[in-house]
Design a protein around this ligand. Structure first.
Ligand code: GDP
Ligand code: ZN
Length: 306
């Protein structure tokens, strides 16, 4: 039988069949994926084959189908180990806030670079619109202009006041959409507004200061009544960029990609080389300084956790 992984607890996987039946499955044997060492062989969004266990309500996953794409996270402690967060995504949303708590531009850029690396179209949701002052709205417009220009659609919403959430909903139909964001940005509230029957647990802002606190520990997939799926992820504090060569990084910034062909040297790092078209573009404002700083930060492997 074939199905879709809709939930994972580490050892058990919930598999949904095309008819909508849900079966709890385990994994038997070794699932090796070429090139990467992962702590979880199968993730939410994976398409698998499974067999029912004799005389049981449970099943055993026997085959993992080829993935269209996947998103991965480095373990915080074991730097060589990686966790697959989700597979077979059509798009990835990052929920961010400019205050309470503030999402750094570095965090946003790391997310976008990761999405580019895995060829997943990315969109940004600026939440808590109801809290914005006039100055806040100006900054919001400025940030959105930066990202819209690069091809990342931006949405300005309030999850709790249900402002403009319909604009996000329009994008979800018949697609598998990943939702990410660090704790406290209102991701659970937003998903609850999109899917009121779900009622995900939300936390008070004071609680996310506690580093050990996660409202959601494993990625989970929710079916949308109008078609499509939402994948919710654990409060991702660190979107580790796995396996990106320094020489590949420029291509993952659309605006650097656009200028790098004009650099004097083919192997230009865009750091201090003479005749670097990227540096020229930064100087004349064609490339946003914050974006270039994110490039340098990721290039040098600096930690830019929000
Ligand atoms: P998560 O950790 O990203 O899932 O965030 P939660 O959904 O648990 O929300 C964190 C806190 O922010 C809660 O106290 C929510 O009530 C609050 N919150 C979420 N969305 C909004 C919003 O649009 N406006 C305001 N003012 N507060 C919000
Ligand atoms: Zn250059």
């Amino acid at each position: 039988m074939q199905g879709l992984i809709t939930k994972s607890t580490g050892s058990w996987y919930q598999v949904q069949t095309p008819e909508g039946r849900r079966v709890d499955c385990r994994i038997k044997g070794k699932f090796r994926i070429k090139g990467i060492t992962t702590t979880n062989p199968v993730a939410v969004g994976d398409s698998v084959d499974f067999d029912m266990e004799p005389e049981q309500e449970t099943g055993v996953i026997t085959t993992l189908h080829e993935r269209k794409n996947y998103i991965i996270r480095k373990s915080i402690n074991l730097s060589r180990q990686a966790q697959i967060i989700a597979a077979n995504l059509d798009q990835a949303f990052l929920v961010v806030t400019l205050a309470s708590p503030r999402t750094s531009l570095g965090f946003i850029d790391r997310f976008l670079v990761t999405a580019e690396a895995y060829h997943i179209p990315a969109r940004l949701i600026f939440n808590k619109l109801d809290l914005f002052s006039k100055e806040g709205l100006d900054i919001l417009a400025e940030y959105s202009a930066i990202y819209e220009k690069l091809g990342y659609p931006c949405y300005h919403v309030s999850a709790t006041k249900n402002l403009h959430v319909d604009k996000v909903i329009e994008q979800l139909k018949d697609r598998t959409s990943l939702f990410s964001g660090h704790s406290g940005v209102g991701k659970s509230s937003l998903i609850n507004t999109i899917l009121p029957e779900l009622s995900l647990r939300t936390t008070e802002v004071s609680e996310w200061h506690d580093k050990g606190m996660h409202t959601t520990t494993f990625a989970e997939m929710f079916e949308l009544p109008f078609g499509g799926f939402i994948i919710d992820t654990p409060g991702i504090r660190e979107f580790g960029i796995v396996d990106i060569e320094q020489s590949e990084l420029g291509r993952l910034f659309p605006e650097i990609r656009q200028h790098m062909e004009d650099c004097r040297f083919k192997n230009c790092r865009h750091i201090n080389e003479p005749g670097c078209a990227v540096l020229t573009a930064v100087e004349n404002g064609e490339i946003e300084l914050s974006r270039y700083e994110s490039y340098l930060s990721i290039y040098h492997g600096n930690d830019t956790r929000a």
